[in-house]
Write a protein that binds this ligand. Structure first.
Ligand code: SAH
Length: 467
C-alpha cells in the first residue's frame, strides 16, 4: 500500500478547486458532500459550477489563485488542463501546508480520491491506487447493492442510543449489544425511527437481563492458504472473533478477515524447533477464554490433521471452557486438487494414509513393510527435512524405486510449485532446489497434467503390491 486510507476532518476547513470541466466538477461534488467551504477558480465555469455558486454552495473566482488565496486551505485539487499550471498550483499549495491532488497524475498527488458508497455517516471508500478505476467502480456497484438505503439513518439512530448502552458494562458486553443490533437487518431497511428506537430498547433490555456470555474457543481450519478455500463458517467466526490465536501456516488472507481491533496472538510453530511451546499456547487459550472473549484458534489446513488439537481441547475442558471445531481443507486435499488428481482412485489406490515423517520425538517410525505391501498412496506431512530418511525406509521395505512421487509446496498460494519424480530420486531433488515452504510429499500419486518434470510413469504397480 502506498496510500494511507484515512477520513479527513473537514469541518471549518477550506477546499480549493482549480480548473473547469467535468473532472473539476467531480472533485467539487465530492468536496461538497462534506461540511468544508469550497472555492473554485475557473476560466470557463460549467453550468453546474454557476448553479452551485447561485445556491451559495461554492465561491466562484476567475483566473488562477494567488498565494494569499491558500489561507486556511487544507485540500487542493489541481484540475487545470495545463500540467505546468497544475505544478505551480501544487507548489504554492504545499508551501501553505495544504495537500494536493493533481488531475490524472497519481505520482504527483499527496492524496487520491477513492470511489465512495455514501450512506452518510456510513461511508465506504474504495481505492486501487490509480491502477484500476474501472474495477473500483465495479466494486462500488456491488457494495451499493449490498447496503440498504436506510443504513445511514440507522447508524445515526444507533449513535443517539450510545448513552443508553452505557447501562451495560464496558467492553464485550457493549460490543455484543451492537453486534446484535446491527444484525437486526429487518430494522435497517424500512423501519421508522420510532420502530428502530423501540427495537434498540427491547434488545438492550434483553442484554441487561442476560448473564454475560462466557468466553469460548473455536478451533478453525484456515485451509492451505488461499482465503477462498475457507468455509463460510470459518469466515464468520474469524470476523466475530475478539481474539485470534494463529500459527505460522495460517495465510494472511484469513487473518485479514478479522476485525482490526481484535487481539492477535502469533504462536507460529516452526517444524523442528519450537516457537511457542504447547504449554504457552494452552495458557493463551485458557486465559483469553476465561476473560470472557470469543477466541478463534486458527490452524492451517484442518485442525484435526497434525494440529495437536487434542492437547488444546484437553486444556480447555480442564477449565470447563466451551469449545468447538470447524473443519478446514487439509493440505493433502488441496494438493490433490491442484494436481487434478484424486486422493484415491479405482485400480490405483483404494486407501491413502496421511502420515508425518517426524513427530515430537524426532523421525517417526511406521510399519514400512506394511505400508509398501498395502499398495496404498501416502500423503506425507512435514516430510521435507526427513525426506532421505523416508526414502531409505520405503526402499528398504521393498518400495519400487520407480514409484511416482510428487512434491507440492505452498499449496494454493501464489508461490505454489511442484515436481514429479521417483522414489529413488525425490529426496535429492528436494535438497537441490531449496524447497523451503510447507510441502506435501505424495507417494504413488503423480502429476498427469505434465506440469513439472515427470520422470516416471504416473503410477507403477501401486495396486499390485509392488508399492
Ligand atoms: N493441519 C494442517 C497440517 C499441519 S502440519 C493441514 O491439515 O494441512 C504442517 C504441515 O502441513 C507442513 O509441514 C506441510 O507438510 C503441510 N502444509 C500445511 N500447509 C501447506 C501448504 N499450503 N502447502 C503444502 N503443505 C502444507
Amino acid at each position: 500500500m502506498d496510500f494511507l486510507p484515512i477520513f479527513l476532518a473537514m469541518r471549518d476547513r477550506r477546499v480549493l478547486v482549480v480548473g473547469d470541466g467535468q473532472m473539476a466538477d467531480a472533485k467539487c461534488r465530492g468536496a461538497l458532500k462534506t461540511s468544508a467551504r469550497v472555492t473554485v477558480f475557473a476560466d470557463n465555469p460549467s453550468e453546474q459550477a454557476f448553479a452551485w455558486e447561485r445556491s451559495g454552495d461554492i465561491t466562484l473566482c476567475a483566473g488562477l489563485p494567488e498565494p494569499t488565496d491558500f489561507r486556511d486551505v487544507t485540500v487542493v485539487y489541481a484540475a487545470h488542463q495545463s500540467d505546468q499550471i497544475n505544478d505551480q498550483i501544487a507548489a504554492m499549495a504545499r508551501e501553505k501546508g495544504a495537500i494536493v491532488n493533481v488531475l490524472d497524475r497519481t505520482d504527483a498527488c499527496d492524496f487520491i480520491t477513492p470511489a465512495i458508497v455514501d450512506r452518510d455517516p456510513v461511508v465506504v471508500a474504495i481505492g486501487t491506487e490509480g491502477s484500476a478505476p474501472v474495477l473500483a467502480r465495479q466494486i462500488k456497484a456491488d457494495i451499493e447493492a449490498m447496503l440498504p438505503a436506510g443504513l445511514g439513518r440507522f447508524a445515526r439512530l444507533a449513535n443517539g442510543f450510545r448513552t443508553r448502552v452505557r447501562a451495560l458494562p464496558e467492553g464485550f458486553a457493549r460490543r455484543n449489544f451492537w453486534r446484535d443490533a446491527f444484525k437486526a437487518e429487518g430494522l435497517v431497511a424500512n423501519a421508522s425511527d420510532e420502530v428502530i428506537r423501540q427495537g434498540f430498547e427491547a434488545l438492550l433490555e434483553r442484554h441487561i437481563q442476560s448473564e454475560p456470555e462466557p468466553g469460548s474457543v473455536a478451533f478453525v481450519g484456515a485451509g492451505p492458504g488461499d482465503p477462498e478455500l475457507l468455509t463460510l463458517k470459518a469466515r464468520r467466526l474469524i470476523h466475530e472473533a475478539e481474539v485470534v490465536i494463529y500459527d505460522r501456516l495460517v495465510g494472511k488472507g484469513a487473518l485479514e478477515l478479522a476485525r482490526r481491533e481484535a487481539k492477535f496472538i502469533d504462536v507460529g510453530k516452526k517444524g523442528f524447533g519450537v516457537h511457542a511451546t504447547q504449554d504457552v499456547i494452552n495458557e493463551h487459550l485458557v486465559r483469553e477464554a476465561q476473560a470472557g472473549f470469543k477466541v478463534v484458534r486458527l490452524k492451517g489446513g484442518d485442525p484435526s490433521v497434525f494440529g495437536r488439537l487434542d492437547e488444546e481441547l484437553a486444556a480447555l475442558s480442564e477449565y470447563g471452557i466451551e469449545s468447538s471445531v470447524v473443519p478446514g481443507i487439509t493440505s493433502a486435499s488441496a494438493g490433490a486438487a491442484s494436481l487434478k488428481q484424486s486422493l484415491t482412485r479405482r485400480d490405483r489406490n483404494s486407501s491413502i494414509t496421511f502420515m508425518t515423517a517426524h513427530d515430537a520425538k524426532g523421525y517417526a517410525e511406521h510399519d514400512w513393510r506394511q505400508l509398501v505391501r498395502s499398495g496404498q498412496a501416502l500423503a506425507i506431512y512435514m516430510g521435507r527435512k526427513s525426506a532421505s530418511f523416508l526414502q531409505g525406509r520405503l526402499l528398504m521395505a521393498g518400495g519400487d524405486q520407480d514409484l511416482v512421487v510428487t512434491c507440492v509446496e505452498n499449496i494454493s498460494r501464489p508461490e505454489e510449485r511442484r515436481f514429479t519424480s521417483t522414489l529413488s530420486r525425490f529426496a535429492q531433488r528436494l535438497d537441490d532446489d531449496r524447497w523451503n515452504g510447507p510441502l506435501i510429499i505424495f507417494v504413488g500419486i503423480g502429476d498427469d497434467q505434465g506440469v513439472g518434470i515427470s520422470t516416471a510413469p504416473v503410477v507403477k504397480g501401486a495396486s499390485n503390491g509392488s508399492h
